[in-house]
Design a protein around this ligand. Structure first.
Ligand SMILES: NC(=O)c1ccc[n+]([C@@H]2O[C@H](COP(=O)([O-])OP(=O)(O)OC[C@H]3O[C@@H](n4cnc5c(N)ncnc54)[C@H](O)[C@@H]3O)[C@@H](O)[C@H]2O)c1
Length: 265
């Protein structure tokens, strides 16, 4: 497949572009910033929130799919979050419809359901939206937009609610939420190649012994995680934040430090 990876210079992007190339895909990178040194594939420096800039990329490239990893991975003001996650997704989806590109894989987040109490038990793909932050609100809205375009235009749109994409888990919470680099590539590859998924949600974590998110939705799409955070468990020191972070699915984002005005800084 010829795959546009938006956010190709980021922490997920750098790993996923290499992994997809290893799986035999032809990668086209897009990011606000220039390509990392040594990049050998095509690259577009563009803002995904700028519909004209996105349209220009699609006019130049023949594409089979889009992997959308562009956006701020942290809590900002509501307008910033909506631009970063919803407007970017809209610009890509409009261009996909205009150029008959049939599949989108999106880096959503556990924070779309982050305010769900842990006491509610394992989260399935049917968990209702329950964001913990404006970041989570924007992920919910981006998922809604994907569903709309799947229904209206028949686009296959897979939303990956990613946990914590890290080389290694570094906190007690990460023992449940970790997504290893290799499993991250497996997840995107499965979401790109699953036959006719329509609109689908999966949880982007490794096969963690302490997982509290259902891996079955991913498995149905062919995502078989191979790593388990448990092998790092004896290296992880308990922290003073562990108890507060264990109350809600979103961990730190569901704590009072993020209670800010929607339109403030
Ligand atoms: N890292 C995680 O654990 C994690 C967990 C859940 C979800 N996610 C989501 O995955 C995506 C990537 O996260 P990351 O950790 O790689 O973040 P990152 O900040 O390392 O990378 C994001 C990349 O996107 C680019 N970018 C940002 N806005 C852009 C725009 N408007 N147009 C074009 N490029 C833009 C940045 O320049 C950067 O290279 C984000 O949407 C994030 O919300 C990440």
């Amino acid at each position: 497949m010829r795959v546009l990876v938006a956010g190709a210079a980021g922490s997920l992007g750098r790993v996923v572009t290499v992994g997809l190339a290893e799986h035999g895909h032809e990668v086209v990178g897009l990011d606000l910033v220039p390509p990392p040194e040594g990049t050998t594939f095509a690259w577009h420096e563009a803002d995904c929130a700028d519909a004209d800039a996105v349209a220009a990329v699609f006019a130049e490239e023949r594409l089979d799919a889009v992997v959308h990893l562009a956006g701020v991975p942290e809590e900002r003001s509501l307008p910033e979050e909506l631009t970063s996650h919803v407007v970017t997704t809209a610009a890509l989806l409009d261009a996909m419809v205009a150029h008959d590109v049939p599949r989108l894989v999106y880096a959503s987040s556990n924070h779309a359901v982050g305010r769900t109490p842990r006491a509610d038990g394992e989260l399935t793909e049917h968990a209702l939206p329950r964001p913990d932050t404006y970041y989570g609100v924007a992920k919910v809205a981006a998922e809604a937009l994907m569903r709309l375009f799947a229904d209206r235009h028949g686009i296959d749109a897979v939303s990956c609610r990613i946990g914590s994409f890290l080389e290694e888990p570094t906190s007690v919470r990460n023992l449940s939420t970790w997504l290893s680099h290799d499993d991250g590539v497996r997840m995107v590859e499965a979401a790109l190649t699953a036959p006719a998924p329509g609109y689908a949600v999966l949880y982007g974590i490794s096969a963690n012994t302490r997982a509290w998110w259902d891996l079955e939705p991913g498995r149905r799409l062919g995502y078989e995680p191979q790593d388990d955070a448990e092998r790092f468990a004896d290296r992880i020191e308990p922290g003073p934040q562990d108890e507060a972070e264990a109350q809600f699915v979103g961990g730190p984002y569901a704590t009072a430090q993020f209670h800010r005005p929607a339109l403030g800084d």
